[in-house]
Design a protein around this ligand. Structure first.
Ligand SMILES: Nc1ncnc2c1ncn2[C@@H]1O[C@H](COP(=O)(O)OP(=O)(O)OP(=O)(O)O)[C@@H](O)[C@H]1O
Ligand SMILES: [Mg+2]
Ligand SMILES: [Zn+2]
Length: 503
């Protein structure tokens, strides 16, 4: 009997064998098993008895091979139970040929869903297994995978009856494209709830269209958090491969609700500023995805960004650059995709009122410098767009006409910009272009170059900073439906370099 073990997002085949020997009755599990796997003995024992099978009064040894691979979690309950029933003649010989299984047993013998059924089904299909037995609650996600028969079972007895061809599996057929057709607006709240803040709304649209990271600075109550939460709703609707990639990650993390096949919304993750570096980028003895990976293809929102420890922000640098996280451990390495849209928000100073025309800032200049230092150090050079959110004036606060465009209208423009980029033959979002590709995608005319040249002096732009401006300008041009990057596009891109300079 085989079962796919999960290592990060990768899988390895585990052979599950059960041997019955004379001597003192007992039950042991061997093969580098963690606590949850060793406890399988108790669950398998109860499950077998409670489903009216016989527990042989012999020495039972379950072996999980390869022995040097660490096995974790309760997913081996079902394969161990099936192998035991087969070894004791309660399952016809050959019934398990070409069959993989994974599932947790409740004490009454019913099957509980496990993490990672989607990647397990992919593993089974890839290895050419005949079928994969999973708990009913995992059948929907597993059925997304073509080329493998998914057997959804309610209980151990049900699984055996299906394998003996006395009963039918729970049949679910999930179709990703169909599920995505009905995807709702990707988040709670609409952009039309936000009044004023024209600059920030525009920056949000550019961020969504080009994948550019964004920093919003402003006094309390200006709508920074509110705007960030509405960002997934203006990003392009998910495509099938994207939705599967997101679902894989959430499934192995145990975050896919039982019975759900597919995640159809872009994730929005807003970790608290007390999070550890490992929590943010991933880690653990058995590598697990961090917030950056859970936000893959969605939004990673760092609210109160200056309150995060520099060492934590620093951990973001390499993954932001590469779009993935590598975790190396003695017992196996893992690579997780990590391409979130990074959005940071913060106050311009510790008291929050620097630059505020109404309330005076009470911070000492040195403390403002230290506070800003947290920003300018670790990730400032990874931020493409910076924008100030001033306090709303009274007119904007009172006037209903100050309500802006709804998300769906903005999203249409964002999707059109993505289409324009693809029509150009460009696969990567603008924010992910390397220096060479940036030059190819965006040739500046003389005026644009002059503008950029003057900014190099005025803003102290580095070569890397220049590339950043050009990539943002490319996105502004895409949104304008312009094939070339004109000087107005460069001018707008430059505006998002100078924000946050008030003090
Ligand atoms: N531009 C806006 N349009 C409409 N309502 C707003 C706006 N800005 C703020 N609000 C209202 O004020 C509340 C607080 O806004 P929000 O939490 O987004 O501010 P913030 O900029 O994140 O503040 P802080 O710096 O304290 O985190 C919102 O829930 C909303 O009710
Ligand atoms: Mg806030
Ligand atoms: Zn202050």
């Amino acid at each position: 009997m085989v079962s796919p073990a999960i290592l990060g997002l990768d899988t390895v085949t585990v052979e599950v064998e059960v041997d019955l020997r004379g001597g003192m009755p007992g039950f042991s599990v061997v093969g580098l098993a963690d606590t949850a796997v060793r406890e399988a003995r108790e669950r398998v024992r109860s499950g077998i008895v409670n489903q009216a099978f016989d527990l042989p009064r012999l020495r039972i040894i379950a072996n999980l091979a390869p022995a040097d691979l660490r096995k974790a979690g309760p997913q081996y309950d079902l394969p161990v139970a099936l192998a035991l029933l087969s070894a004791s003649g309660q399952l016809r010989p050959g019934a398990l040929a070409g069959t993989g299984a994974a599932g947790e047993l409740a004490l009454d013998g019913s099957l509980r869903p496990v993490a990672g059924a989607l990647v397990m089904a992919e593993h089974a299909a890839h290895r050419g297994w005949r079928q994969m037995v999973v708990p009913e609650g995992n059948a929907a996600e597993a059925s997304l995978v073509p080329g493998i028969r998914v057997v959804g079972a309610r209980t151990l007895r049900h699984a055996v009856d299906i394998l003996e061809q006395r009963d039918e599996p729970v049949v679910v057929r999930a179709d990703a494209a169909e599920l995505l057709e009905h995807q709702a607006l990707a988040c709670a709240g609409d952009l039309s709830d936000v009044r004023g803040q024209g600059d920030a709304r525009r920056a949000l649209e550019i961020a969504a269209a080009g994948g550019h990271s964004l920093l919003m600075l402003g006094p309390p109550g200006g709508g920074k958090t509110m705007l960030a939460r509405r960002l997934p709703g203006i990003m392009p609707r998910l495509e099938v491969e994207e939705a599967i990639a997101i679902t894989r990650i959430h499934s192995v993390s145990g975050l896919l609700p039982a019975g759900q096949a597919l995640i159809t919304r872009r994730p929005f993750r807003a970790p608290h500023h007390t999070i550890s570096a490992a929590g943010l980028v991933g880690g653990g003895g058995i590598p697990r995805p961090g917030e950056m990976t859970l936000a893959h293809l969605g939004v990673l929102f760092l609210d109160e960004v200056c309150a995060f420890l520099p060492v934590v922000l620093n951990a973001l640098r390499q993954p932001l650059e590469e779009g993935c996280v590598h975790i190396t451990r003695a017992r196996g390495a893992a690579r997780f995709p990590a391409e979130p849209l990074l959005v940071c928000a913060g106050n311009p100073c510790p008291c929050g009122h620097a630059g505020d025309p109404i309330r005076a800032c009470i911070c000492a200049p040195a403390s403002i410098d230290a506070y800003r230092g947290r920003l300018s150090g670790p990730i400032a050079d990874r931020i493409d767009l910076r924008v100030d959110l001033p306090r709303l004036d009274r007119a904007e606060m009172m006037d209903d006409a100050a309500a802006g465009e709804p998300s769906v209208v903005v999203r249409r423009r964002v999707e059109a910009a993505r289409t324009a980029r693809r029509d150009r033959g460009q696969h990567l979002p603008n924010a992910r272009l390397g220096p060479q590709a940036t030059r190819e995608a965006a040739t500046l005319n003389r005026e644009g170059r002059a503008l950029l040249g003057s900014a190099i002096d005025r803003l102290g732009l580095t070569a890397r900073g220049c590339d950043r401006v050009i990539r943002v300008a490319r996105t502004v041009a895409d949104l304008a439906g312009s094939a070339g990057v004109e000087s107005v596009h460069v001018a707008e891109a430059l505006r998002y370099r100078s924000a946050g300079a008030v003090g």
